[in-house]
Design a binder for this molecule. Structure first.
Ligand code: 1HE
Length: 258
């Protein structure tokens, strides 16, 4: 793929996608986001689950502010052409694609970096992780789906507080406001995320797709529409693996819940 800013490895049934621009704290420029889109598409075709992590001291310092400043300083015709944001299309490939994504967070997870993490289905942070939405400080606004995804995760008031004040939120506070599901010791986040991804990857692809695609859409619906959509979903043909798994349990061959 000729990657400059993304590293891609496969470990069993899991893809490991690394943001690899450590000297700029994995600030997200257009080239990086484009490479990320290719890596995400590739993972969807060849593995059962994926982990996104940051190389170097941070997960990601968010939007590349130098690139935006250059664009604002010297706008081109392209700058005014309407179209879909590459951030939206790429982060949607993660959030609404065929496989689950686990974000492994450490250090700065800021602005667009947090928007990227919010596109994943499970977020694991180590204790060095800190979150901020300094858009207010920088004179800009979220643009990577944060007003939809982060707001739905933490609610308007908490997001408004983070954006208006630009304050830093620790890993533990991140767990309290439901930004992350796990907080682990420094240095162990990647192995924990891989362990989770491998376990998730053991589920049937259909169930994983329902959890990552049906469930969040139902979350956006009214009570009545949600129940209707759940009913329709229950009428979808089930793959042979569903019956095999039920039989495994009934024949006392299933691995006990752990
Ligand atoms: C960057 C960026 C960046 C670092 N764009 N170059 N994001 C922010 O407002 C966060 C801005 N960054 C920081 O506050 C700090 O860099 C950190 C707290 C993340 C890390 O601090 P530190 O001391 O480890 O590193 P550093 O020395 O500040 O940065 C190392 C280099 O990365 C340095 O470049 P150098 O050439 O001087 O070595 C920094 O300039 C560069 N760097 N962060 C460009 N973000 C779609 S809308 C999304 C809106 C947002 O994301 S707003 C949040 C933007």
């Amino acid at each position: 793929m000729g990657e400059q800013f993304i590293e891609y490895k496969v470990d069993g049934n899991v893809a490991l996608i690394g943001l690899n621009r450590p000297n700029k704290r994995n600030a997200l420029n257009e080239a990086l986001v484009g490479e990320l889109a290719s890596a995400v598409e590739r993972a969807g075709k060849e593995v059962a689950a994926a982990v996104i992590y940051g190389v170097g001291p941070a997960f990601s310092a968010g939007l590349d502010l130098a690139e935006l400043a250059a664009r604002l300083q010297a706008p081109t015709e392209q700058s005014f052409r309407p179209g879909r944001s590459i951030w939206h299309s790429t982060f949607d490939l993660i959030a609404r694609g065929p496989i689950p994504f686990i974000a492994a967070l450490h250090g700065a997870t800021i602005g667009g970096g947090l928007e990227l993490a919010a596109a994943a289905h499970i977020r694991v942070a180590d204790e060095t992780t800190y979150f901020a939405l300094p858009e207010g400080r920088r004179g800009i606004f979220v643009g990577g789906g944060g007003s939809v995804r982060i707001q739905r995760i933490i609610g308007y008031s908490t997001m408004a507080d983070m954006m208006l004040t630009g304050r830093v939120v620790s890993a533990e506070e991140g767990r309290a406001i439901r930004l992350v599901q796990y907080v682990v010791e420094g240095g162990t986040v990647l192995s924990k995320a891989i362990e989770i991804a491998k376990r998730v990857g053991e589920n049937t692809p259909q169930t994983n797709w329902q959890i990552t695609n049906v469930l969040p859409r139902i979350n956006d619906m009214s009570h009545d529409d949600g129940l209707f959509a759940e009913y329709l979903n229950s009428r979808m043909p089930r793959p042979p693996a569903s019956l095999e798994r039920l039989q495994e349990f009934l024949e006392k061959q299933a691995t006990p819940l752990r």
